[in-house]
Design a protein around this ligand. Sequence first.
Ligand code: FAD
Ligand code: DLZ
Ligand code: SF4
Length: 514
Amino acid sequence: MSTEKLILIMGDQLSHNISSLVDADKNAACILMVEVFEEATYVRHHKKKIAFLFSAMRHFADELQQNGWRVDYVKLDDADNSGSFTGEIERAVEKYEPKSIAVTEPSEWRVKQDVEAWADKFNLTVDMLPDERFIATHDEFQNWAADRKQLRMEYFYRDMRRKTGLLMDGDKPEGGKWNYDSENRKPAKNDLFMPTQCRFTPDDTTEQVLNLVAQRFDNHFGDLKPFWFGVTAADAQKALQHFLDEALPSFGDYQDAMLEDEKFLYHSVLSQYINSGLLDPLDVCQRVEAEYRKGRVPLNAAEGFIRQIIGWREYVRGIYWLKMPDYVNQNFLETKRDLPDLYWTGETDMSCLRHAITQTKQEAYAHHIQRLMVTGNFAMLAGVNPHQIHEWYLAVYADAYEWVELPNTLGMSQFGDGGLLGSKPYAASGNYINKMSDYCKNCHYDVKQKTGENACPFNALYWDFLVRNKAKLKGNPRLGQVYNTWNKMSVDKRDTYLSSAQTFLGTLKSSSDY
Ligand code: FAD
Ligand code: DLZ
Ligand code: SF4
């Protein structure tokens, strides 16, 4: 039963070329993969997310075995499963008496802390290897950040373009501009041709996992079925090809649009595959560039997509490792409100929130603008505690891991870091949502009314937020104009805004039942 080396592969490390495997000897190593209760419950993940990962892990373990690896796969309900990574390593160390443990660096701070304790705890060599699926190393990001006052994504992104050579024309950006975002803000209409999603029928392994999740995680948020995510690298490749063919050409144009009958629009719905390791981010970007070079997609679509991955995705990871562990507790605006129950129930007369939350419950998915400008915007305007909204985002999306979710939520969406990620809060009134979506047309509230019982709540909340946080925000040059507008309003008008906001906020219920 003994082995020279024990290799732990975690649920978001499902890549055959992961650093813990590349130099390992199949004859002298045993791979350990574990379904553990602690990972599924440190926040109570959406049922679909757990099912996706457990099924993807089981398929990956089968592939490893077919490739000649020795694999010990511990299922959630196996007798003696201790329920944690550390507990399972302890059992495996007793069973296999390895000389060393190898693991690719965990993506989350919490888990990395655990791994760092193993060498002493088990009196073994523990090799923690860098995660080479990312484009920037920790050192590269730290060096980039070290000599800058402001850490703007745009400049980091340009370095990543140069490093990868993606969309470069010699040492110049393809087309002459680095960023075509100004072309990517068109609202969508229902009569546009809408792409479908690449949906997969559950196989026997997935069906077994669906039964397990239904039994063991029944009290978690979210609908388990219909379950249509792919669960293997081959499935994820099909989903990528489908996106390239059907949606990428219009990805740029309608990137910020929202429609009540279209949950996905032209988005790729690939983040759960990329973040778990089933797709390689650089490979995805190279495939997107190839579509552009072949003349099949416009530059604004290809550049917009590639920026999300080699720009935003890499940048938020850099921020996470630069600023943790303190980052998770930041609360620049000192907000205290408990997360309203409507985030769990979707029960609200606000059509935009209801749609974004209901589809989150159904699909474990919402696209970026729904997360940023609907659920995120509302939480910030209502003064929800950033830690609570962070835990909500971490739990409810199939693609959520703290390294990517936390900077997006606390930094970009809630201004909880005081402007490290964004130069001003992403606060907007109903006008923005009305411009970018069709949610308002069937809403109980009237987006054009500014105050009063039937007025869109975002309108008064917007001003209430700015006034409430004036001491902290008034020095922000990008908000000068907005505060001028407020100062020019009559006292009566201002009072009506603030009292409308208070009346609405008084209707929000927060209980600890969820
Ligand atoms: P597309 O719109 O098709 O974009 C293509 C790819 O770009 C995505 O698959 C993703 O890999 C990457 N990407 C796009 N935007 C970002 C971004 N801001 N940060 C990092 N990568 C990005 N993304 C996650 O992967 N996990 C999260 O937990 C997560 N939490 C978020 C929380 C909030 C409050 C906000 C505002 C954004 C969050 N995002 C998160 C970013 C973004 O919303 C998702 O990556 C995107 O919606 C995934 O859907 P898609 O695959 O259809 O993306
Ligand atoms: C998200 C998740 C869940 C729900 N369950 C498991 C699991 O049982 N086993 C596992 O290896 N990984 C799981 N994951 C993903 C981990 O939380 C993720 O790999 C770590 O947080 C990375 O630091
Ligand atoms: Fe949302 Fe206001 Fe529009 Fe209703 S009117 S959908 S609450 S923005």
